[in-house]
Design a protein around this ligand. Structure first.
Ligand code: PGA
Length: 250
Protein backbone atom coordinates (compact mmCIF):
# COMPACT_ATOMS: atom_id res chain seq x y z
CA UNK A 1 0.00 0.00 0.00
CA UNK A 2 1.25 3.44 -0.90
CA UNK A 3 0.95 5.96 1.92
CA UNK A 4 -0.95 9.06 0.73
CA UNK A 5 1.23 12.15 0.69
CA UNK A 6 -0.08 15.74 0.72
CA UNK A 7 2.47 18.53 0.29
CA UNK A 8 1.91 22.28 0.28
CA UNK A 9 4.05 24.46 -1.96
CA UNK A 10 3.92 28.08 -0.83
CA UNK A 11 6.05 29.27 -3.76
CA UNK A 12 7.28 32.88 -3.38
CA UNK A 13 4.53 33.92 -0.98
CA UNK A 14 3.97 34.92 2.65
CA UNK A 15 6.02 36.90 5.15
CA UNK A 16 8.12 35.19 7.80
CA UNK A 17 5.42 35.91 10.37
CA UNK A 18 2.66 34.55 8.14
CA UNK A 19 4.68 31.44 7.28
CA UNK A 20 5.31 30.67 10.96
CA UNK A 21 1.66 31.30 11.93
CA UNK A 22 0.40 29.11 9.07
CA UNK A 23 2.77 26.32 10.13
CA UNK A 24 1.66 26.60 13.76
CA UNK A 25 -1.98 26.34 12.68
CA UNK A 26 -1.32 23.26 10.56
CA UNK A 27 0.80 21.52 13.21
CA UNK A 28 -1.69 22.26 16.03
CA UNK A 29 -4.81 21.24 14.13
CA UNK A 30 -3.50 18.26 12.17
CA UNK A 31 -4.04 15.72 14.96
CA UNK A 32 -2.95 12.15 14.45
CA UNK A 33 -3.12 11.02 10.86
CA UNK A 34 -1.85 8.25 8.64
CA UNK A 35 -1.35 10.73 5.84
CA UNK A 36 2.19 11.94 5.10
CA UNK A 37 2.18 15.75 5.18
CA UNK A 38 4.81 18.32 4.24
CA UNK A 39 5.08 22.06 3.68
CA UNK A 40 7.50 23.84 1.33
CA UNK A 41 8.03 27.44 2.44
CA UNK A 42 10.33 29.89 0.63
CA UNK A 43 13.93 28.86 1.38
CA UNK A 44 14.61 31.91 3.57
CA UNK A 45 11.86 30.76 5.95
CA UNK A 46 12.87 27.08 6.08
CA UNK A 47 14.72 27.59 9.34
CA UNK A 48 11.85 29.39 11.10
CA UNK A 49 9.21 26.99 9.77
CA UNK A 50 11.44 24.01 10.62
CA UNK A 51 11.52 25.10 14.28
CA UNK A 52 7.72 24.69 14.32
CA UNK A 53 7.51 21.42 12.35
CA UNK A 54 10.30 19.75 14.38
CA UNK A 55 8.93 16.64 16.12
CA UNK A 56 5.48 17.08 14.54
CA UNK A 57 3.67 15.10 11.85
CA UNK A 58 4.50 17.78 9.29
CA UNK A 59 7.64 17.34 7.21
CA UNK A 60 9.76 20.15 5.84
CA UNK A 61 10.39 20.52 2.11
CA UNK A 62 12.46 22.90 0.01
CA UNK A 63 11.17 24.18 -3.33
CA UNK A 64 14.45 23.78 -5.19
CA UNK A 65 18.19 23.17 -4.72
CA UNK A 66 21.44 23.14 -6.70
CA UNK A 67 23.15 19.91 -7.68
CA UNK A 68 26.69 20.80 -6.54
CA UNK A 69 27.71 20.03 -2.95
CA UNK A 70 29.40 23.41 -2.32
CA UNK A 71 31.60 26.00 -3.98
CA UNK A 72 31.39 29.24 -5.96
CA UNK A 73 27.71 29.14 -6.97
CA UNK A 74 26.37 32.50 -5.87
CA UNK A 75 22.77 32.42 -4.75
CA UNK A 76 22.43 28.64 -4.81
CA UNK A 77 21.64 26.20 -1.98
CA UNK A 78 22.94 22.63 -1.68
CA UNK A 79 21.26 19.45 -0.50
CA UNK A 80 23.39 19.31 2.64
CA UNK A 81 22.34 22.86 3.55
CA UNK A 82 18.70 21.81 3.26
CA UNK A 83 19.37 18.78 5.46
CA UNK A 84 21.03 21.14 7.95
CA UNK A 85 17.75 23.04 8.24
CA UNK A 86 15.77 19.86 8.82
CA UNK A 87 14.43 19.32 5.31
CA UNK A 88 13.31 15.83 4.38
CA UNK A 89 12.03 16.63 0.88
CA UNK A 90 12.86 18.87 -2.07
CA UNK A 91 10.53 19.76 -4.94
CA UNK A 92 12.44 19.51 -8.23
CA UNK A 93 11.49 20.47 -11.77
CA UNK A 94 8.33 22.36 -10.84
CA UNK A 95 6.71 23.72 -14.02
CA UNK A 96 7.38 27.29 -12.89
CA UNK A 97 11.09 26.48 -12.75
CA UNK A 98 10.92 24.69 -16.10
CA UNK A 99 8.88 27.35 -17.91
CA UNK A 100 9.79 30.64 -16.20
CA UNK A 101 13.38 29.89 -15.13
CA UNK A 102 14.22 27.66 -18.11
CA UNK A 103 15.21 24.55 -16.16
CA UNK A 104 15.86 21.52 -18.39
CA UNK A 105 15.36 17.80 -17.78
CA UNK A 106 19.15 17.43 -17.62
CA UNK A 107 19.40 19.99 -14.82
CA UNK A 108 16.49 18.41 -12.98
CA UNK A 109 18.21 15.04 -13.34
CA UNK A 110 21.46 16.32 -11.81
CA UNK A 111 19.47 17.73 -8.89
CA UNK A 112 17.49 14.51 -8.40
CA UNK A 113 20.71 12.46 -8.27
CA UNK A 114 22.33 14.91 -5.85
CA UNK A 115 19.25 15.02 -3.62
CA UNK A 116 19.09 11.21 -3.45
CA UNK A 117 22.81 10.94 -2.78
CA UNK A 118 22.40 13.36 0.14
CA UNK A 119 19.38 11.53 1.56
CA UNK A 120 16.60 13.95 0.57
CA UNK A 121 13.33 12.71 -0.93
CA UNK A 122 12.86 14.41 -4.31
CA UNK A 123 9.35 15.36 -5.40
CA UNK A 124 9.84 15.42 -9.17
CA UNK A 125 7.26 17.39 -11.17
CA UNK A 126 6.16 16.66 -14.72
CA UNK A 127 3.24 17.93 -16.78
CA UNK A 128 2.10 19.17 -20.16
CA UNK A 129 1.06 22.64 -21.28
CA UNK A 130 -2.41 23.31 -22.69
CA UNK A 131 -0.95 23.49 -26.19
CA UNK A 132 0.72 20.10 -25.77
CA UNK A 133 -2.50 18.55 -24.42
CA UNK A 134 -4.54 19.93 -27.31
CA UNK A 135 -1.95 18.54 -29.75
CA UNK A 136 -2.41 15.11 -28.12
CA UNK A 137 1.14 15.14 -26.80
CA UNK A 138 0.45 14.68 -23.07
CA UNK A 139 1.75 11.13 -22.91
CA UNK A 140 4.92 11.78 -24.90
CA UNK A 141 5.70 14.99 -22.97
CA UNK A 142 5.41 13.43 -19.51
CA UNK A 143 7.32 10.34 -20.70
CA UNK A 144 10.14 12.49 -21.99
CA UNK A 145 10.22 14.53 -18.78
CA UNK A 146 10.31 11.35 -16.69
CA UNK A 147 13.00 9.72 -18.81
CA UNK A 148 15.11 12.88 -18.75
CA UNK A 149 14.60 13.87 -15.13
CA UNK A 150 14.89 10.36 -13.72
CA UNK A 151 17.79 9.06 -15.84
CA UNK A 152 20.37 6.85 -14.17
CA UNK A 153 18.46 6.04 -10.98
CA UNK A 154 18.74 2.57 -9.49
CA UNK A 155 15.54 0.66 -8.68
CA UNK A 156 16.13 1.35 -5.01
CA UNK A 157 16.61 5.08 -5.60
CA UNK A 158 13.51 5.29 -7.78
CA UNK A 159 11.37 3.61 -5.11
CA UNK A 160 12.11 6.56 -2.82
CA UNK A 161 11.19 9.25 -5.36
CA UNK A 162 7.81 10.99 -5.34
CA UNK A 163 6.49 11.98 -8.76
CA UNK A 164 4.04 14.87 -9.10
CA UNK A 165 1.89 15.06 -12.21
CA UNK A 166 0.98 18.71 -12.63
CA UNK A 167 -0.69 19.73 -15.88
CA UNK A 168 0.62 23.26 -16.45
CA UNK A 169 -2.82 24.48 -17.57
CA UNK A 170 -4.27 23.50 -14.18
CA UNK A 171 -1.70 25.25 -11.97
CA UNK A 172 -3.02 28.36 -10.28
CA UNK A 173 -5.79 28.64 -12.88
CA UNK A 174 -8.72 27.13 -10.98
CA UNK A 175 -9.03 24.69 -13.92
CA UNK A 176 -8.55 21.32 -12.30
CA UNK A 177 -8.03 18.17 -14.37
CA UNK A 178 -11.02 15.86 -14.11
CA UNK A 179 -10.38 12.76 -12.01
CA UNK A 180 -10.52 10.74 -15.26
CA UNK A 181 -8.00 12.99 -17.05
CA UNK A 182 -5.61 12.84 -14.11
CA UNK A 183 -6.01 9.09 -13.55
CA UNK A 184 -5.28 8.39 -17.22
CA UNK A 185 -1.89 10.12 -16.98
CA UNK A 186 -1.12 8.63 -13.55
CA UNK A 187 -1.83 5.11 -14.89
CA UNK A 188 0.38 5.84 -17.93
CA UNK A 189 3.16 7.01 -15.61
CA UNK A 190 2.91 3.87 -13.52
CA UNK A 191 3.10 1.70 -16.64
CA UNK A 192 6.16 3.68 -17.72
CA UNK A 193 7.82 3.01 -14.34
CA UNK A 194 7.06 -0.65 -14.80
CA UNK A 195 8.86 -0.77 -18.17
CA UNK A 196 11.76 1.47 -17.14
CA UNK A 197 12.26 -0.16 -13.71
CA UNK A 198 10.13 -3.12 -12.58
CA UNK A 199 6.63 -3.90 -11.23
CA UNK A 200 7.76 -3.55 -7.59
CA UNK A 201 9.18 -0.08 -8.18
CA UNK A 202 6.08 0.96 -10.14
CA UNK A 203 3.86 -0.25 -7.29
CA UNK A 204 5.91 1.58 -4.66
CA UNK A 205 6.30 5.06 -6.20
CA UNK A 206 3.82 7.67 -4.99
CA UNK A 207 2.40 9.84 -7.78
CA UNK A 208 0.84 13.08 -6.56
CA UNK A 209 -1.56 15.18 -8.60
CA UNK A 210 -1.12 18.95 -8.60
CA UNK A 211 -3.06 21.81 -10.15
CA UNK A 212 -5.90 23.70 -8.46
CA UNK A 213 -6.49 21.03 -5.81
CA UNK A 214 -9.06 22.27 -3.28
CA UNK A 215 -10.94 20.61 -0.41
CA UNK A 216 -14.03 20.18 -2.60
CA UNK A 217 -12.28 18.44 -5.52
CA UNK A 218 -9.60 16.55 -3.56
CA UNK A 219 -11.79 13.59 -2.53
CA UNK A 220 -12.63 12.54 -6.07
CA UNK A 221 -9.07 13.02 -7.34
CA UNK A 222 -7.52 11.17 -4.42
CA UNK A 223 -10.07 8.39 -4.80
CA UNK A 224 -8.51 7.36 -8.13
CA UNK A 225 -6.44 4.17 -7.92
CA UNK A 226 -3.19 5.72 -9.18
CA UNK A 227 -3.42 9.11 -7.45
CA UNK A 228 -1.47 8.84 -4.21
CA UNK A 229 -1.57 12.38 -2.93
CA UNK A 230 -1.49 16.00 -3.93
CA UNK A 231 0.98 18.82 -4.42
CA UNK A 232 -1.03 21.87 -3.44
CA UNK A 233 -0.23 25.50 -4.17
CA UNK A 234 -2.84 28.17 -3.42
CA UNK A 235 -5.03 26.05 -1.14
CA UNK A 236 -2.07 25.08 1.04
CA UNK A 237 -1.70 28.63 2.34
CA UNK A 238 -4.86 28.55 4.46
CA UNK A 239 -4.97 26.20 7.46
CA UNK A 240 -8.60 25.18 6.82
CA UNK A 241 -8.26 24.40 3.14
CA UNK A 242 -4.95 22.54 3.55
CA UNK A 243 -6.39 20.44 6.39
CA UNK A 244 -9.55 19.93 4.31
CA UNK A 245 -7.46 18.39 1.54
CA UNK A 246 -5.62 16.18 4.05
CA UNK A 247 -8.99 15.08 5.46
CA UNK A 248 -10.14 14.20 1.94
CA UNK A 249 -7.13 11.89 1.54
CA UNK A 250 -8.25 9.68 4.42
P1 PGA B 1 -2.08 25.39 -7.38
O1 PGA B 1 -0.52 25.05 -7.58
O2 PGA B 1 -2.61 24.39 -6.38
O3 PGA B 1 -2.12 26.79 -6.89
O4 PGA B 1 -2.73 25.23 -8.73
C1 PGA B 1 -0.08 23.73 -7.66
C2 PGA B 1 1.41 23.67 -7.79
O5 PGA B 1 2.01 24.48 -8.49
O6 PGA B 1 2.04 22.77 -7.19
Amino acid sequence: MRRPFIAGNWKMNLSREEAVALTQGIVEQLGTTDIEVAVAPPSVYLDAVGQVTKGSGVGLSAQNMYHEANGAFTGEISASMLLDLGCKYVILGHSERRHILGETDEEVNRKVLAALAAGLVPIVCVGETLEQREADKTQSVVQQQCDGSLAGLTNEQMSGVVVAYEPVWAIGTGKVATPEQAEEVHADLRRLLETRYNPEVAAAVRIQYGGSVKPDNAGELLGQPNIDGALVGGASMKVDSFLGIIAAAK
